[in-house]
Write a protein that binds this ligand. Structure first.
Ligand code: ZN
Length: 729
């Protein structure tokens, strides 16, 4: 109920802000989660082992080497030469020269190889390795080279692997390499479209690069990539980095790519089709100290089918590259202003279809589903945002993916803020929180860091890895304030640039940069990432005696009760530390309220509000800045005293406006009885005198008091009791 009320009031505000055109991402049925992953069309069919989360230790499965570079040559003439996409079209030759350094003396090298790859030969430093020393474990998807001699840890070794890709049909299983023939019809959101030109592309996240290239397929092992792809006449290739083209005598063309910065295998991409192209240029501001790439001009290249490029961005044609990409440079400017400048030498997007996802943040060359050309600005922001969250600073393991996806999801809100201001940002981040909170299974969801690889991009992955994690970034901003938050973010990106992080690195870094906070940032991050759940609050109003006995003073008992919930996920903290925005409503229609930010470090917290001079009609926990839920708002039916001692009991007999009262368990001393309205305003004193131990009976004529419900507050020595009385003629 609370959420509904607050959303309604925001929508009203937005209605005024954007009276003509509500941004699409603020419309009621927009669900960001489904925008960038088209779950329906593609179900990962393989099993992956769940890595149990080990706290305080690295989860990186390290092999005895570090890849320094991949030099990759792909020959895609066979897949692209015929008009068909039959099984016989789905093979190509590849040669990958993997330069690496061993970290331990060993006689063995293990690489990843998918079931679609077959080895022709392997050379070490130019010398052919005996085929008897080469073994493929198809279950483990491992290529094992044995009997290596005289390996040391100071030299660099070149392993040149000559292989053939022999693919399956698309979608039947993990493919890695996708091929669609020209004219193929495909369905998208209920409509039928056709593939305009034959298209081949790779798609690797999380563990499918090994299906099209032999590699060390772990996100932490970044390396430099140079590559070339040979394609028939007329085809254009997009990939990571900058390209040059050479033409062969048979008119086939070689697209050579050179990317200056380290890249993880899951971020490598190749796409080829008879693409049309156009470009923008993003200009990095001069004089910025934290520029990582020194070139001022950053080309932004787009690849798409010619039919999706109408003459203007106002064309009514459904797919319109000019319209879809028109804010790209503004986005790059905004993200560069807020974070560090865009860190790579080039950027671009390639639109393909059919594509099993919405978008994929391949480093410097995002692949998007063609349907994003119908407008998907938050998705475009998301994939660009990944170039800081994920590509510049990469998840070390798949359990750290929240860093990438939460960060990119948060940058969607950062762009919404640029377009629609603070309220748009707030609404967008709150939508993330509420999508997570409203997901049916939220009570039993695991920790973000415990989401298994097959779940990452489906099922529980969305609400956790994208939306809850995205809200964690917003909570850090709310906690630190803009100045410290963006400063830490810039420092973080610089400290881990072109590198990888584990969750513990992230928490350590943010805590070390903000040591003077009232709460421990390490604990704060850990509780939302490494542990499941979120706080659930029970809010109990109490009243205490202030110096002026005619004015009620408010005290609120804040209790975290998440551990009492049925089906609560195992491991949910009994106490989440942080802050709570407590709403105190002043009236019974819940239209006016005060909001106070309260620090929470324990299960039960009692807070006094000396400046609140009314009895709140209801209390609520607000979850705009700090993830939580609270019981639905309800009018207060009684106010309990928290004083110790025999409880005073009050019974009233309502007799029109002459109620009679019986008050029991009084002790000897001064007893004062007051009538207050429901807003806590003093009406009149009903009784004030010395009383004996025992029971007091009295009645009042209250005919001059307006009809309504009132509080009766009994004070006896240091004790207090409140009840309600109805006064009606
Ligand atoms: Zn993403």
């Amino acid at each position: 109920m609370l959420k509904f009320l607050i959303i309604s009031s925001f929508l009203l505000t937005f209605g005024n802000l954007f009276s003509e055109e509500l941004p699409f991402y603020l419309t009621e049925n927009y669900n960001p989660r489904f925008e960038y992953r088209n779950f329906e069309s593609y179900v990962r069919s393989y099993q992956s082992t769940k890595h149990n989360h080990i706290q305080g230790e690295s989860r990186i499965a390290r092999r005895d080497y570090d890849v320094l570079s991949y030099d990759l040559k792909l020959d895609w003439r066979n897949p692209l030469s015929s008009p068909t996409a039959l099984t016989s079209d789905r093979y190509y030759n590849g040669i990958v020269d993997i330069k690496l350094q061993f970290t331990k003396v060993t006689d063995k090298l293990v690489l990843d190889i998918g079931k679609t790859l077959f080895i022709n030969s392997i050379k070490i430093n130019g010398k052919i390795i005996d085929s008897l020393d080469i073994r493929i474990d198809r279950n483990k998807e491992e290529l094992v080279i044995s009997n290596l001699v005289s390996i040391n840890t100071s030299n660099t070794y070149s392993f040149e692997v000559d292989y053939t890709y022999k693919g399956d049909l698309n979608y039947s299983d993990r493919s890695g390499f996708f091929l669609h023939e020209k004219g193929l019809s495909y369905k998208d959101r209920g409509k039928t479209y056709i593939v305009e030109e034959k298209v081949a592309y790779t798609m690797s996240e999380p563990q499918d690069a090994r299906l099209w290239v032999v590699c060390n397929d772990s996100p932490h092992d970044k390396a430099i990539l140079t590559s070339s792809v040979t394609v028939p006449e007329g085809f254009i290739v997009s990939s990571n980095g900058k390209s040059t083209i050479t033409e062969n005598l048979d008119k086939s063309r070689i697209f050579n790519f050179n990317h200056k910065y380290p890249i993880s295998t899951y971020l490598m991409t190749f796409a080829a089709s008879k693409f049309d192209t156009f470009s923008h240029t993003f200009t990095r501001k001069t004089g910025e100290l934290d520029r990582l790439d020194t070139n001022s001009l950053v080309p932004v290249n787009y690849y798409f089918w010619a039919t999706d490029n109408p003459t203007s961005d106002t064309s009514t044609q459904i797919y319109n590259v000019k319209k879809s990409f028109k804010n790209m440079v503004a986005m790059m400017e905004h993200f560069s202003d807020k974070m560090i400048p865009y860190p790579f030498e080039i950027y671009g997007m390639t639109a393909v279809a059919p594509f099993p996802y919405g978008g994929m943040e391949h480093q410097t060359m995002t692949t998007i589903h063609r349907n994003w050309l119908a407008g998907a600005e938050s998705g475009i922001a998301h994939e660009l945002g990944h170039h800081w969250f994920g590509n510049l600073v990469t998840c070390a393991t798949w359990q750290d993916l929240w860093h990438n996806e939460g960060g990119a999801t948060w940058t969607e809100a950062l762009w919404a803020e640029k377009v629609g201001g603070k309220d748009a940002y707030k609404f967008y981040t709150y939508r993330n929180a509420s999508n997570y909170l409203n997901s049916n299974q939220f009570l039993s969801l695991p920790a973000i860091a415990d989401v298994t690889i097959p779940q990452l991009f489906t099922g529980v992955g969305g609400p956790l890895v994208y939306q809850k994690a995205g809200f964690v970034y917003h909570m850090l901003r709310a906690l630190l304030g803009d100045e410290a938050f963006f400063k830490t973010l810039r420092e973080f990106h610089l400290a881990y640039k072109f590198n990888y992080i584990e969750t513990s690195d992230f928490a350590d870094f943010w805590a070390s940069k903000n040591p003077n906070l009232e709460i421990d940032l390490k604990v704060f991050i850990d509780q939302f990432i490494n542990k499941p759940g979120h706080p659930k609050y029970e809010l109990t109003p109490l009243i205490y005696d202030g110096s002026n006995k005619n004015i009620p003073k408010v005290r609120v008992k804040v209790s975290q009760i998440q551990s009492k919930i049925q089906n609560v996920a195992v491991g949910t903290p009994e106490v989440f530390i942080g802050y709570l925005d407590l709403v105190m409503y002043k009236d019974t229609t819940f239209t006016t309220s005060d909001i106070s930010r309260i620090k929470i470090t324990q299960k039960d917290t009692i807070i006094e509000f000396p400046n609140i001079t009314y009895v709140p009609t209801a209390l609520e926990a607000l979850s705009f800045d700090f993830l939580c839920i609270s019981e639905d708002k309800q009018a207060i039916t009684s106010i309990e005293s928290d004083e110790i001692g025999d409880e005073i009991t009050v019974s009233s007999h309502s007799n029109g406006k002459s109620p009679s009262f019986s008050i029991e368990n009084l002790s000897q001393g001064i007893t004062q009885i007051q009538l207050l309205d429901l807003n806590g305003r003093f009406i009149q004193t009903l009784f004030e005198s010395q009383t004996e131990k025992g029971t007091l009976k009295f009645s009042n004529d209250l005919s001059d008091v307006a009809n309504g419900v009132y509080f009766v507050i009994v004070r006896n020595n240091n004790r207090m009791k409140t009840t309600k009385v109805s006064l009606i003629d």
